[in-house]
Every structure is written in C-alpha cells, then in structure tokens.
Design a protein around this ligand. Structure first.
Ligand SMILES: NC(=O)c1ccc[n+]([C@@H]2O[C@H](COP(=O)([O-])OP(=O)(O)OC[C@H]3O[C@@H](n4cnc5c(N)ncnc54)[C@H](O)[C@@H]3O)[C@@H](O)[C@H]2O)c1
Length: 325
C-alpha cells in the first residue's frame, strides 16, 4: 500500500516543491492550506490522481480531522513565516504557529498518524554566545523574535510527548532558505539581495558581519523525505538542523558571491540596530545519522535568481505576493 502524506502549508514556497518531490517519490499527497498567497503554485497538481487539496485552516479542529483521514505521515509547514510577519500580527502568529501546531500533532496522534515532521528554524539559536564556534542541536536556544519563540515552544511540546505515542515527531531546524519555487519569495536574504542587484539597483546592507546558514529549497525538501524514509528509531522524538556546515555565510560573503556573478554592482553598508540573529550552525548530525548531503550551494541559487529576474520570468518581482511581510 502506498503511503499518504498530509502537507499543511503545501501551497507555499517550500510546500509547493515538497509536494512535487513526494509525488515523484511515489507517495500520495494531501495538502491542507488556507491559500493565503493563492493556489497557483499547485494548480497543475489538481490534474494528478495522487494529489488531493483541502482548503482549510490549521486552527480548525474540523478541518484538521477531515484532512487527516487516511494519512500515514504529516509534514507541518503551515505558519505565519518570518520575524516581521509575526511581529506584525502577534496574536495570529501565536494561534497559528503555536496553538495550531499543537492541535495538529494532538489530532495526528489521536488518529494514528505514524510520523509528524515539524518545520522549525535555525533562528531558534538567536545570537551565538561565542562567535567563533558552531552551534549544534544540543546548544542553548536563544530566540530573539516571536517567530522563533513559537517554533521553540512547539519543539519542546513535541519532545515532551510520551514515547509510547503512536505518532513519532521530528523537528527540523531549517537554515534560511533560498532558490526558486512555484511560489517565489523575494524577502529571503539570498533571493532578495540577488533580485535587487540583478535589477541594477543599489543594495543597502546592514549587519554584514552576521553569520547564518543557508539551504536551497530543493535540498530542504529532500531532507523532509529523508526523515520520512528513515528508520523510526533514527528520527523519532529528535531534532535535526537542516543544511550543510560549509554553507554558513556572513551577509558580506553572500554579497561577495553575488558580485562575482554581477560585477560592478553597487552596495552600501549601513549600521542599523535590528535583526541580531547571528549563528553558525553545524549540520553533522543529519549527515551522520541519515547520510543527508546537499546538492546545491548559494552560488547556484544566485545564478538561478539572476536568470529568472533578467530573463523576465516574473514581470514584477517587487509585488507583495512574493513577500511574507
Ligand atoms: N523560508 C525559510 O527560510 C524558512 C526557514 C526556516 C523555517 N521555515 C518554515 O517552513 C515552513 C514553510 O515556510 P515557507 O517559506 O514555505 O512559507 P510560505 O509562507 O510560503 O508558506 C506557508 C503556507 O502556509 C499556509 N498557511 C498559513 N497559515 C495557515 C493556516 N492558518 N492554515 C492553513 N494554511 C496556512 C499559507 O497559505 C502558505 O501556503 C514554515 O513553517 C516556516 O516557518 C521556513
């Protein structure tokens, strides 16, 4: 019997790639999404007999129960995503990211779903105590935003569950994502910087010394599949950083990579007391435990964005549909 995966938030930037990879891999896929950004990124999948879309909200018990019928695995992506979006609507962010996520897990467990993969974030590390070292899954979490606070709280909730529960949770702390998807996002560092410079604009950069890890959206989705296909004891009630240790960059280094491909770009560095996230992350655990390695690097993502922007794939990449805040 082929297994069925429910992807909440499956119409989003990451979800619209993940559902395609899952279908290619032979899974049946259901998506539960309220279509905050519309459904065009998955519209073609409505022709696929292995795909089922349910419009609904992860805060609604009725919608979740309906979506969970006949489901083996849940990948929970639906959220208010990013620090600015959560800061703008804190109550909504708490109810979706925190309460919605807990409800999703509780009902998945009640209905006998086998696994629950939670989309968390490396933002949970906040500001590193020692800027010369790498944080790993056992390091102290120091969230500096409501967004990361909700992710930390859900991780803790999942880890506190009884190991006898039918539904085995795994939290994945994603690196900052970049690259192309049917729902492009131009509010993520690599994508945004590249887009601005590819359009010939001056790029204003603050916090250029801050470290952060980056991962291509396709590789990130491959990690989710690696978790779903791993033996249960390797992933149950555990947390993994997702990315590659070599893909930690300071913002300045991202700019340098873009300038290599767009020589003559204009950059202005400014001082701004904002976004104090600064972390260098080790990804050895997912590599050693699951054999997970990446297939794309930041320069590959930059190349893709330059081509899409300069060839005119997207008539107006500045519109708000490509941003989460
Ligand atoms: N993009 C990144 O850099 C990044 C990094 C770390 C973690 N993550 C996590 O990955 C997940 C997906 O992020 P993304 O970049 O694809 O974001 P996205 O905003 O493109 O996708 C989120 C999807 O969730 C849906 N959604 C939002 N609220 C909902 C609700 N109440 N009920 C049902 N559906 C709802 C939206 O319609 C959207 O399709 C999120 O949980 C995010 O926190 C993303």
């Amino acid at each position: 019997m082929r297994e069925t995966v429910l992807v909440s938030g499956g119409a989003g930037y990451i979800g619209s790639i993940l559902v395609r990879l899952l279908l290619e891999r032979g899974f049946r896929v259901k998506v539960l999404d309220n279509l905050t950004f519309g459904g065009v990124p998955i519209i073609d999948l409505m022709n696929n007999d292995d795909f089922l879309f349910l419009k609904g909200d992860v805060r609604s018990e009725g919608d979740i129960r309906k979506a969970l019928q006949g489901v083996d695995y849940v990948v929970h992506l639906a959220a208010i995503v990013g620090d600015p979006a959560c800061a703008k609507e804190p109550e909504l962010a708490r109810s979706i990211n925190l309460e919605g996520s807990k409800r999703m897990y509780d009902l998945a467990n009640e209905l006998g779903v086998k696994r629950f993969v939670f989309a968390s974030t490396c933002s949970n590390y906040g500001k590193m105590e020692n800027p010369d070292s790498f944080v790993n899954e056992d390091s102290t979490l120091a969230p500096v935003s409501l967004y990361a606070e909700t992710k930390v709280a859900v991780e803790q909730y999942l880890l506190s569950q009884s190991h006898t529960n039918a539904c085995k949770p795994t939290s994945l702390r994603f690196s900052t994502v970049y690259g192309l998807s049917p729902r492009p996002r131009f509010d993520l560092t690599v994508n945004e910087f590249t887009k601005e410079l590819a359009l010939g604009r001056e790029l204003v950069v603050f916090g250029e010394q801050f470290w952060r890890p980056y991962c291509h959206v396709v590789d990130l989705c491959r990690s989710v599949i690696a978790v779903l296909e791993a033996e249960e004891e390797k992933v149950a009630f555990d947390v993994f950083n997702v990315g590659d240790t070599k893909e930690n960059y300071q913002k300045q280094m991202i700019v340098d990579e873009i300038v290599k491909q767009l020589p003559g770009s204009r950059i202005r560095y400014v001082t701004k007391n904002e976004d104090p996230r600064d972390y260098r992350v080790s990804f050895e655990k997912i590599k050693e435990r699951l054999g997970f390695t990446i297939t794309k690097t930041v320069p590959d993502g930059i190349r893709q964005i330059i081509q899409v922007v300069t060839d005119g794939f997207i008539p107006d990449p500045d519109t708000k549909e490509y941003r989460n805040s």
